[in-house]
Design a protein around this ligand. Structure first.
Ligand code: ADP
Length: 228
């Protein structure tokens, strides 16, 4: 698969269009992420990072422009197609882990696979394998509340990777952690992604982390620019 994992063309987005609270967040955003590429998205708070990630991940629709994932144009397709594509091809990680509190770490990684039609035994094996890769084999049976913040995010990464996505979208995945933990957890994420061919768009305020990715794009005044 050599086609771009993600291709955004001419994306615009205005909230509360035509109303007093109208706010134009994206003014023509173009972005292509190649196979295996890890891209940092840097922007001040309120600049529209989350909006862009939600549009890229098919959770929101742009006013204009198109979204392609793995060469498939998703703009204008049905909710079913978009949901199925999101489940099978996109993994999300947020600043807060959003794990299901009443389920164990392993179950949190297993459940999205069941929703994607994977058989239970296979899903359970993949959950164990992913948790092992992030050093959490001995925590697999713990509920999120019994895990540290860094461990919770590691489980959230495993959940995002559970369905072998083409594209990982992360919204400040280490933003809620202390600097040392943030560094370790980021390293784990890079190790998890390395060699899989997975592409990623990772929003961060941390320039040291951004510098460790393949390239950096900046969002300001509704437009993306590339760091040279
Ligand atoms: P960031 O993630 O960079 O902090 P967001 O994408 O969350 O930025 O928000 C960008 C701007 O759009 C902000 O001014 C925010 O208040 C506004 N916004 C976000 N979501 C909505 C919404 N559903 N309705 C109205 N305004 C919104």
């Amino acid at each position: 698969m050599n086609e771009a994992a993600l291709k955004l063309s001419g994306i615009t987005k205005t909230y509360n269009r035509g109303q007093p609270g109208e706010v134009t967040v994206l003014r023509g955003v173009d972005l292509t992420i190649g196979a295996g590429e890890v891209v940092a998205l840097v922007a001040p708070s309120g600049a529209g990072k989350s909006t862009l990630l939600h549009i890229a991940g098919l959770l929101d629709t742009p006013d204009e422009g198109s979204v392609e994932i793995s060469g498939q144009r998703l703009t204008g397709t049905s909710d079913q197609v978009r949901t199925a594509t999101r489940r099978a091809q996109v993994g999300f990680v947020y600043q807060f882990h959003h794990l299901l509190p009443e389920f164990s770490a392993a179950e949190n990684v297993l459940i999205p696979q069941l929703a994607n039609g994977v058989a239970r035994a296979e899903a359970a094996a993949r959950a164990q394998e992913l948790l092992k890769r992030v050093g959490l084999s001995d925590r697999a049976g713990n509920r999120p509340a019994a895990l540290s913040g860094g461990e919770q995010q590691r489980v959230a990464f495993c959940r995002a990777m559970a369905n072998v996505p083409r594209l990982l979208l992360a919204d400040e995945p280490t933003g809620n952690l202390d600097p040392a933990t943030s560094d370790q957890v980021f390293e784990t994420l890079m190790e998890l992604v390395a060699g899989t061919g997975l592409s990623a768009l990772i929003a961060t305020h941390n320039m040291a982390l951004a510098a460790r990715m393949d390239r950096t794009v900046r969002l300001a005044a509704g437009r993306l620019s590339e760091d040279s």
